[in-house]
Design a protein around this ligand. Sequence first.
Ligand code: UGA
Length: 444
Amino acid sequence: MLSVGVIGLGYVGTSTAACFARKMKVVGLDADDSKAKSLNAGSTDLEEKALSSLLRHGLARGCLTFTSDYDDLVGAEILFLTVGTPSLISGGIDLSQIKSATSALGAVIHETDGYPVVVVKSTVVPGTTRKVVREILEKSSRKKAGVKFGVCSNPEFLQEGSAIRDTLHPDRIVLGSDDTRSARVLRHFYRCFYGKSVPEIVETDLDTAELIKYASNAFLATKVSFINLMGRVCEKLPRSNVGDVAHAMGLDPRIGRLFLEAGPGFGGSCFPKDTKALIAYANGLHVDVSLLRAVDRINETQPSHLLSLAEKGLGRLVGNTVAVLGLSFKSGTKDIRESRALKIIEILIQKGARLRIYDSKALEDVRKILGSSATYCKSALDCISGSDLSVIMNAEPEFKKLKPDDFLRLMKRPAVLDARRIYNPDDFKGRVPLFSVGQSGHVR
Ligand code: UGA
């Protein structure tokens, strides 16, 4: 049985470790010892479908252990790096976690015989594995890359919330390397893991593999900003609806329907930071990045644009009570990183609105940021009670169940801003003013 290490236990690392443990011996490592301890006890607060049962199976079979001690990785044949790469204030990429993990891995490689391969799964700009990672590893292991150990780039394409499904059924595997032996080790690993269902393995050099990840995320982000731009056009036309535009566009297989949902803009730990990092990186190469800047600008202005839709119909929001439903960056998660709801809340506070907010999962994390600036509600119905405007930020089933009657009965001055297009305007017509993203006017 192949033995592997996974370093960095966010949703990517933990899901990857749990999946690989179905067929390999896996040690997962995180610098946070309490996280490693709870994972060893089979407990996680990550909301990845099927993760808990995979963890339980791996731990019970003795194929999966978690640690914070790099010594426990000695002897592993493949070491997957899945640490975070957040943004610097400049928009560039913060490599501090990559550097400290790589430096510690050097000592592991020093102690490991054979040809261990370090595989960078974290999202890093082209050149990072070839220069930064390889150099640090060589220095701290006192061994030569390509001779005593290998280095690969192997970006992941896992969506938060479906990371297990995406790991077990990937569309493709991107395998970047600058030496044939490293590539052979990783190719063999994936062929063993996936067996007959191995997807296409796209083999490239290190830099290209890293770029493929940025290109993929930036392209999806472009689709989202593009449809939000079309939404803004639809809002100016008397009877247009961005949903019809997206549907018809998506029927063309060259375009595809996915990632054409108009909304409050993209959030999360990946798209906003990766778009900005690609802008900073390509700009540094003197490449004209105006396309990506426009994608970023549309995204950054979408929350205030949405509020302006409601303000056009209702007037200024100063002194109004606004209910914000859904605080995480997308439904089904409690992750509030770069959440558009937080941006909307920030603007509402500046506008002097009073806030009632609700999310079934993310409320406590938001409370740590907003403190007493908002009233924290127990349910969607509680949240809309006594408010002048309800803003729907996520497509949660609990919000979809709300009926015009609920808004009429509970709100002080019923009006709804639907940032995810979850309501049918016909149901609201003549009853509750409804402002939907990508739809002209509002319905009274
Ligand atoms: C994203 C990518 O989809 C993954 O392939 C990638 O591996 C991951 O980033 C990463 O780099 O690690 P994730 O951040 O989980 O995954 O989020 P998505 O489901 O892609 O959604 C991103 C944002 O775009 C969310 O705020 C979502 O609400 C928004 N979105 C998405 C739209 O507004 N409209 C759409 O049509 C699709």
